[in-house]
Design a protein around this ligand. Structure first.
Ligand code: ASP
Length: 426
């Protein structure tokens, strides 16, 4: 009976129960129990997803390339993916800039509240600032240098180095189809077999997804509002308009932009697309990490939307690292909001700088929780706003991170669907 319930319903139930359990625990003062006995299951689920991400990227990408008939097909796919990712990111930033200038949430923020928040959260910013300080002195081509690992074991040891794994896997795959069949055949067979094993592990992990999501949500509720619920509510009241501005942007992208692109170019309906990727969206929401969600996104796009592994194995991991529409929308809104609160009027050329920097920063952000906010410092620096301004938004960053990660994952799945369904392109 339970077997017949669709996966997304089970995960949605897990999410709802997790929120419910978390709230009850906060009300009854039993948050300690949740942290000690429920949250660990969420951490196990998250670790399993992270554990499988790198082997999945490597084996899928190499077996995808091994199945290609020629190298030219691959380079065309590479260029198209990159261009589409940049175009959607620019659209997202423009929506963000439009909304934040229209709604002007910063204008409703009182002077007193501003000093209070700066005093309270100001210290935590310096650590983040140190992390990005070096970025200021880097060559504009540093991102190219960063893409090439100097040691593959090092690169594979962190889920933030996915781009390096992609580069190695592409090199490996291309070399594999360029050598004599006598040598390539056994290696191909081994990697294709290994890929099947990894995909089976993803199936196993998905079996516990509803429980994992439940535990993550319950733990998160206790962590976030458990400490001081009254303060939490107060924060939401004062930052409500900023929060709402980001949410409106997110809904415009999810409900209007992505479905329109799919409908116009590949005739995939709203229902068909969202039904397929809803489980990935729910996992993205509860983990705040598009990198951790990757195994689920790949599984759903392949199985439910019927997109070839050849496409998903390249387009989706690349998307996790360079395509972050939700993050770039948020970065545009957050930076202008901070400027508005600080009473700094930005010129048109500064707005343009925000646009360019938000596109670059979202490419540079890793698909892990909070990465978008750290990269926001780079944008603030570029328009002369002190990084301390981050203190104004840091307290409600986690819930926004959950929403923007959903957009990031959806954007990757949308482009994979677009390229996969439009065979003429590939
Ligand atoms: N958490 C986001 C992701 O994983 C990145 C960010 O905006 O912080 O996609």
């Amino acid at each position: 009976m339970i077997k017949r319930i669709p996966l997304y319903v089970k995960i949605l139930a897990g999410l709802a129960i997790g929120i419910f359990v978390g709230i009850i625990a906060v009300i009854t003062n039993s948050g300690g129990f949740i942290i000690d006995y429920v949250k660990p299951f969420g951490t196990i689920f998250l670790n399993l997803l992270k554990l499988i991400a790198i082997p999945l990227i490597f084996t899928s990408l190499v077996s995808g390339i091994a199945g290609l008939s020629n190298i030219k097909k691959f380079s065309t796919l590479g260029v198209q993916t990159f261009v589409l990712y940049i175009v959607t990111t620019v659209i997202a930033v423009c929506i963000g800039l439009g909304l934040v200038n229209l709604i002007r949430p910063g204008d409703y923020f009182s002077e007193g509240k501003r000093s209070e928040m700066m005093a309270k959260y100001g210290q935590s910013i310096s650590i983040d600032e140190k992390n990005v300080q070096n970025l200021g002195h880097r060559s504009p081509l540093q991102f190219l240098v960063d893409m090439v690992p100097e040691n593959i074991v090092d690169a594979a040891s962190s889920n933030t180095s996915m781009l390096q794994i992609i580069v190695f896997a592409v090199l490996f795959g291309l070399a594999l189809i360029s050598i004599n069949e006598q040598f390539s055949e056994p290696v191909k067979k081994f990697i294709v077999g290994l890929n099947e094993v990894i995909l089976k592990i993803v199936d196993f992990i998905m079996l516990i997804a509803p429980i994992g999501v439940l535990a993550l949500m319950a733990g998160l509720i206790v962590d976030v509002i458990g400490k001081d619920a009254a303060e939490g509510i107060q924060l939401f009241v004062s930052l409500g308009l900023y929060f709402l501005t980001v949410l409106v942007g997110i809904f415009i992208i999810i409900i209007l932009i992505y479905p329109s692109i799919l409908r116009i170019f590949v005739k995939v309906s709203f229902r068909q697309f969202y039904k397929a990727i809803f489980p990935a969206q729910l996992v993205a929401f509860s983990t705040s990490s598009s990198a951790a969600t990757l195994p689920v996104t790949m599984e759903q796009v392949e199985k439910e939307l019927g997109i070839d592994r050849e496409i998903t194995s390249f387009v989706l991991p690349l998307g996790v690292t360079i395509n972050m529409d939700g993050t770039s929308l948020y970065q545009a809104i957050a930076s202008i909001f901070i400027a508005q609160v600080m009473g700094i009027d930005l010129s048109l050329s500064q707005m343009l700088t925000v646009l360019i920097m938000a596109v670059m920063a979202s490419i540079g952000s890793a698909g892990v929780p909070g990465a978008g906010m750290v990269m926001l410092i780079v944008i603030l620096n570029s328009i002369g706003i002190p990084a301390e301004g981050l203190a104004l938004i840091i307290a409600i960053d986690r819930p926004l991170d959950m929403f923007r990660t959903v957009v990031n994952v959806t954007g990757d799945a949308m482009i994979a669907t677009l390229l996969g369904k439009n065979r003429k392109i590939t």
